[in-house]
Write a protein of this length. Structure first.
Length: 445
């Protein structure tokens, strides 16, 4: 089969690679001069900037760690100095507890909130249907934990209000634990299974737990993917129309046996005018604009940013930034010696107007916010901004139903859907999604 993959972002590249390995003749058509979509890396003033995602978790057999190993891309592990995380709430930076003892001592929740959280194993699971992350958290953990812990966590992933994000689609592992006894019981069961395996003398798998990133940034993984596909990747090749035929699809008049739409759904709508049912289904998916402001400071100017991962901001605070990652603490080689690099996130569906501000205004706002929270002094030694008009996929309540409807409409015309809008927006999700695309297309042979 000849398969046309439209879009050379991470979802398109991983799908094309998996299709090629499965024996299909896959080619990628990318409108821009470079591959990767929103994923990329650049160095400015000696500071290494990730343009979107910056890392991924290990432990998934079909995730990014496995892919990088196959591609020969060397990996680095997040620094042990980056374990502590904070929440900025009620005008103060408060540590996120990492153990029961820390929870008892924490000022993040009142005693009533802590007791509510401890009742989690005895709370009832939802009966049926999807629900928002906020509804799930309030039901399972109590109102305080929902506001102080879960809502900022959701913002850190989707830059969204927890009332708007689906439990089932956005956090499927939590949905599974909720349906099978809750988080506490689920974690105890997992620990017990590990102990039994060890007692039974089972072979230990190589340790891949933790947070990872390619040496030099995620851009090196994108380059390796594109290099492996060679002349099957065609950049500066925009697609204008996709038209179904009796035997496959025509892409700008060229016949193919199948196509993969690996563009943001809102961009793909214009290509499928000839398939109105699919176009209407794609209209259900949304992305929120985002802006990343990078600030560099001398270490002495930001003493609170030399330890820990960073902080997230609860809603209702006198800050516009959604969260700040201490990038050079997590990845020490991303800033010149004696400097710290802060990655400040603005916009999302929580504050879409912020992403439309000009660079000077965003830099001024970021400098003001990190000064208020971290006590940063002086003028940044580096300041730069990365904008994404279609930045972060928004998995609203009922998202999985929309995905099923869109996949069905596309399948009828030998079109597969790939990318962050559908089955997972993380780096690991996009890597694993390639297998689903292959299975879908091979079923049409």
């Amino acid at each position: 089969m000849r398969v046309c993959v439209i879009g050379g972002g991470l979802g398109g590249l991983t799908a094309a690679r998996a299709l090629f390995e499965a024996g299909l003749d896959a080619h990628v058509l990318e409108a821009s001069p470079h591959t990767g979509g929103v994923v990329g890396t650049s160095t400015v003033d000696g500071f290494v900037r990730e343009h979107a995602a910056s890392s991924f978790l290990g432990g998934q057999s079909r995730g990014a760690v496995s892919l990088c190993q196959k591609l020969g891309v060397p990996l680095e592990t997040a620094s042990s100095a980056a374990k502590q995380r904070w929440i900025y709430i009620d005008g103060k930076l408060r540590a996120l507890p990492r153990s029961p003892v820390e929870l008892v001592r924490s000022d993040l929740l009142t005693w009533r909130g802590k007791l509510d959280l401890l009742r989690e194993p005895f709370r009832a699971a939802r009966i049926e249907g999807d629900e928002s992350m906020h509804a799930f958290a309030a039901r399972r953990f109590g109102a305080e934990a929902a506001r102080a812990i879960v809502a900022p966590f959701v913002t850190g992933v989707f830059a969204a209000d927890a009332h708007d994000i689906s439990l089932e689609a956005g956090f499927p592992r939590l949905a599974e634990l909720d349906a099978t006894g809750g988080l506490a019981r689920g974690l105890v069961k997992q620990a017990a299974k590990r102990v039994f395996r060890k007692l039974a003398g089972g072979r230990r798998k190589p340790a891949t737990a933790g947070m990872f990133a390619p040496h030099g940034g995620l851009g090196t993984m994108i380059e390796a993917l594109a290099r492996g596909l060679g002349d099957r990747v065609h950049t500066d090749h925009p697609v204008r129309a996709l038209v179904p035929t009796e035997r496959g699809v025509n892409v700008d008049g060229e016949p193919w046996d199948a196509a993969v739409l690996a563009l943001p759904a809102q961009d793909a709508i214009a290509l499928v005018d000839a398939v109105p049912t699919l176009a209407s289904r794609l209209a259900a998916f949304r992305r929120a604009p985002a802006a990343i402001v990078y600030l560099g400071f001398p270490e002495a100017a930001v003493p609170r940013a030399v330890d820990g991962f960073g902080f997230l901001v609860a809603q209702g605070e006198d800050l516009r930034v959604l969260g700040v990652v201490f990038e050079s603490v997590v990845w020490p080689n991303r800033a010149p010696a004696g400097q710290v690099l802060l990655r400040c996130i603005f916009g999302g569906s929580r504050d879409p107007a912020a992403a439309t501000l000009d660079d000077a205004t965003l830099i001024e706002q970021a400098t003001r916010d990190v000064g208020l929270v971290l006590g940063a002094r002086g003028t940044p030694t580096h300041a730069s901004v990365i904008h994404w008009h279609r930045g972060i996929a928004q998995y609203q309540v009922g998202h999985r139903d929309h995905v099923r409807a869109a996949v069905t409409a596309a399948r009828t015309h030998r079109i597969a859907l790939a990318g962050a809008d559908y089955r997972g927006a993380g780096i690991n999700d996009l890597c694993a999604d390639a297998d689903i695309v292959v299975e879908e297309i091979r079923s049409w042979v």
